[in-house]
Ligand binder design. Structure first.
Ligand SMILES: *Cc1c(COP(=O)(O)O)cnc(C)c1O
Length: 460
């Protein structure tokens, strides 16, 4: 086959544009999009022909153009099976939502609602009241405010309460959270002036005290969410900082990061400070995420003293950080799980945390049966599931891993990621590892299906 004569068989762009199915594409997607797709397909075909392929027929080319546009017009965000065993995987969307949360979002999404309408008075109301009452009851706070995420919550608190004034923070807490959220940069963005005290490993109350000036507005405590300092370390207890702050008429803002309403130590994890404890210790404002250990939709939650929360609500930036109605519906439904005392059973993140090693082992054994007859060398090995970068980063829970030693583990892992639904597994050395702790039970059949199809034809 002569590539040059094959190349000359390729139709011109204008010729393809005249064809019936292409005209239909233009009426849906517009001329520019379709011409771009035609050019891309023709360019790819030229490469293939130069590598020895025959020229396709015009209808075959049209089919490829349709397929190209179909792919370009498909949603890029789609479900993934997390078999990596990281419960709060920030790159995989953090907390999977409970069915009640999803139902609440679907309930409010398609209809009008009293989002900002006071039904009793028949006049304008506030969107910020909706989760407030529940948050007050659950945390014991005087008031609460929900914004877009915890980064927004910290930015808002500092902007509204410490603009052009000083905020004292320990050097051990000048942290970077994933995704480029750095405490010093957030302070800069809020126009508060950062005053660093102490050393990387040790900071005392008197360090804070010595830094107080007439310009000081607040002490900020930041939870070391994603790393641990060990050894010769010291941090004042939160109540000591509260005493100092209140003696000096300063505010104490506690950025808890994840924040939890449930005691993590009940699940074999170290104690993660709870929101209630921070308030009891005397923090004036506590900020935390809605989608870390709280296990709900993305949100930043601020709880604390009523007059401070009222100032935040009035602050103009709040308007830019506000949450959407479906998010409010979901956040409320998630908080209701705590109110009903059913968080551990109803919230997927807590179900995953609460699953015992024995339960996961039983699931893994049943899963191997589901995979069916295979010549592959599957076996079950003990391993650890991670809580994840969003909270308790170093902490893990005992689990049972499905392990498959294969010479081409990386290549198979890539094939698993590419298919539908994509599967994210772990690879260690030449072994593929799957942790069912983070695989939702309703995804197990799909996971088995993907494994069967990707592993079919591998021989040893
Ligand atoms: C995660 C985290 C944040 C950012 O919270 P988002 O909800 O991701 O915006 C801020 N501070 C701390 C200490 C965190 O752990």
């Amino acid at each position: 086959m002569n590539p040059q004569s094959e190349l000359s068989k390729l139709p011109a762009v204008d010729h393809l544009l005249q064809m019936e199915p292409v005209a239909a594409l233009i009426s849906s997607y517009g001329h520019t999009w379709v011409v771009d797709a035609i050019r891309a397909v023709l360019a790819a075909l030229r490469q293939e022909i130069l590598s020895g392929a025959p020229a396709p027929t015009a209808p075959q080319i049209v089919e490829r153009i349709e397929l190209t546009i179909e792919q370009q017009a498909a949603p890029t965000l789609r479900p993934v099976i997390n078999a990596a065993g990281v419960i709060l995987h920030t790159n995989l969307g953090r907390a999977p939502l409970s069915s009640s949360v999803v139902a609440a979002m679907a309930w409010i999404g398609p209809v009008y609602s009293n989002l900002e309408y006071d039904l009793a008075a028949g006049q304008r109301g506030s969107r910020y009241i909706h989760a407030e009452d529940l948050l007050m009851r659950l945390t014991g706070a005087q008031a609460a405010l929900v914004v877009n995420n915890n980064a927004a919550a910290v930015l808002l608190a500092l902007s509204a309460l410490a603009r052009d004034r000083e905020v004292i923070i320990s050097r051990s807490q000048l942290v970077e959270i994933g995704g480029g959220f750095r405490i010093p940069e957030v302070l800069a963005a809020s126009s508060a002036r950062l005053v660093e005290v102490g050393t990387t490993n040790r900071t005392y109350v008197h360090d804070y005290q010595a830094a107080v000036t007439p310009q000081t507005a607040a002490i900020l405590r930041v939870h070391q969410s994603n790393f641990r300092l060990q050894g010769f370390v010291h941090q004042p207890a939160l109540h000591e900082l509260a005493e100092l702050a209140h003696d000096q008429r300063l505010l104490l803002v506690d950025d808890l990061g994840s924040g939890t309403l449930l005691p993590t130590e009940l699940y074999g994890l170290p104690h993660e400070p709870t929101v209630q404890e921070s308030l009891e210790a005397g923090a004036d404002l506590v900020t935390f995420s809605g989608d870390k250990l709280l296990g709900g939709p993305q949100a930043g939650i601020i709880v604390g003293r009523a007059e401070l929360v009222a100032r935040l609500r009035e602050f103009p930036l709040t308007r830019a950080l506000r949450v959407d109605k479906t998010a409010i519906a979901g956040i409320q439904a998630n908080l209701l799980h705590y109110a009903h005392g059913e968080a551990q059973q109803a919230i997927p993140v807590w179900r995953m945390i609460a699953a015992t090693a024995g339960e996961i082992h039983a699931r893994a054994e049943a899963f191997l049966l589901k995979l069916g007859e295979t010549t592959l060398d599957w076996h079950l090995i003990p391993g650890r599931s991670m809580i994840g970068g969003g909270a308790l980063p170093e902490e893990s829970l005992p689990t049972t891993l499905l392990a498959l030693p294969v010479p081409s583990a990386q290549r198979l892992a890539a094939a698993l990621r590419r298919g539908d639904p994509p599967v994210v597994a772990r690879v260690e050395e030449d072994t593929l590892l799957f942790d069912l702790r983070t695989v939702l039970p309703e995804q197990e059949d799909m996971l088995a299906e993907r494994l069967r199809s990707v592993l079919a034809g591998i021989a040893f």
